[in-house]
Design a protein around this ligand. Structure first.
Ligand SMILES: [Zn+2]
Length: 139
């Protein structure tokens, strides 16, 4: 395995870390919350969990009316990303759907999380993630 490939994989993995509330199992993502949004435990005892990059659309909206400089229609989805080991609850993530035809989108559609660095504050990059329907691998 080449170095650059390993680095890229590792970097991607680090962005798919969720934080599981040890009191109720709710998964905070992408940021670690100090207070659990579900059970209210504060300070919540959060444990890191690795998430899968592919998940299922739970619900979505298609934004049609946006400022002129924003491309429309613009679909936005809530996607459940399961934990890598298959245990526990999935993380509920919210993001834009890109590179995707509206006809491809439905509840239950499998999508893959793609990350894009918005800007860096010098210490750590501020990331935004988007989802897209995975393309079939070339045989
Ligand atoms: Zn909780």
């Amino acid at each position: 395995m080449s170095g650059p490939r390993y680095d890229r994989t590792k970097r991607q993995d680090q962005r798919l870390i969720g934080f599981e509330c040890q009191a109720c199992g709710w998964v905070s993502f992408p940021e670690e919350k100090r207070t659990c949004k579900r059970c209210g435990d504060a300070p919540a005892e959060m444990e890191e969990v690795q998430l899968q990059e592919r998940g299922e659309i739970q619900t979505f909206v298609v934004q049609q009316y946006l400022p002129d400089d924003i491309e429309t229609p613009q679909p936005v989805a809530i996607v459940d990303l399961p934990q890598e080991d298959g245990d526990g609850e999935p993380a509920r993530a919210y993001g834009l759907l890109t590179e995707t035809d509206l006809e491809e989108i439905d509840v239950g559609t499998e999508v893959v999380a793609r990350f894009r660095e918005l800007f860096s504050d010098g210490e750590r990059p501020i990331d935004s993630f988007k989802f897209s329907v995975p393309r079939e691998e070339k045989a």
